[in-house]
Every structure is written in C-alpha cells, then in structure tokens.
Design a protein around this ligand. Structure first.
Ligand SMILES: [Fe+2]
Ligand SMILES: [Fe+2]
Length: 141
C-alpha cells in the first residue's frame, strides 16, 4: 500500500472526495503490483494494465476539477491547472521510460518519492481551496 486512506485529506466537495478515494485504490493496486513484479511474483502485463488504468484515472480526475473551475471562474485556475500539467508531464515521462525498459523499480521510485507526497500536498492546498470556492456553487455535487 502506498497511501493510507485514513490519512488522506478531505475537501469540501463530496464528488472530489469520491474521485480521490477511487484514485487511492487505483494507485495502491498499481503500487502493490509493482512491488510484486520487482519480487518476480507479478507479470509485466499486469503492471502495464494497471499503469494505464492509473494514467486514465488521473487524467479524468484533473479534467473533472478543471471543468468545474472554468465553469465557475475559479480565481486560481491557471495555478491549479499548472500543478496538474506538471504531474501529467512527469507521468508521460514515467510511461515512456516504462515502455522502453519495463523496469518496475522506476514506477515504484516515482510513486513513492514524487506522486504520493505530491497528491497529499496538492489536495491539502490547491484542492482544498478550490473545493471551498466551488461549494458555494455546486451544492449537489
Ligand atoms: Fe483532486
Ligand atoms: Fe487538483
């Protein structure tokens, strides 16, 4: 397990919390498969499949937030989107290194040292402020 759900910050919009919760499940499954793969107990194909699932989920997660921010004119939209874009760029490079080398240690290192601390910090700061702002408009979501 990479991220403990109990320790993960909650924001003021329940739909965002749901998306985060699903993402934690997906990234934890990927991480566990990567660790097993390093030990020779999991196939590269499984890691491949879970990595793709994770990348799609992250893209949908970021798009969801960005659409709401645009729709309701969130003041720090460019800054929030900028953080998303940085991570999408990192993920694209992790993906291409993986495609080339199929070395699970690369994914493990990225998830532990970059993605996990980033997502906790991002949700605690950017997402928290964004959700607070959006909750003035999006009561049902
Ligand atoms: Fe988020
Ligand atoms: Fe975000």
């Amino acid at each position: 397990m990479l991220i403990r759900k109990e320790d993960f910050p909650k924001v003021a919009l329940s739909k965002m919390n749901e998306i985060h919760s699903t993402e934690i499940d997906i990234v934890n499954s990927l991480y566990d498969a990567v660790v097993r793969c390093i030990e020779g107990k999991e196939s590269v194909e499984t890691v491949d499949k879970l990595l793709r699932e994770f990348l799609n989920d992250v893209r949908e997660h970021f798009s969801f937030e960005q659409e709401l921010m645009e729709k309701y004119g969130f003041f720090a939209y460019p800054m929030h989107k900028g953080e998303h874009d940085n991570v999408l760029r990192e993920l694209a490079s992790v993906e291409s290194i993986w495609e080339e080398k199929k070395n699970p240690a690369t994914i493990k290192e990225y998830l532990e040292n970059y993605f996990a601390p980033w997502i906790v910090n991002h949700v605690q700061t950017m997402d928290t402020v964004t959700a607070m702002f959006l909750s003035n408009f999006v009561h049902a979501e």
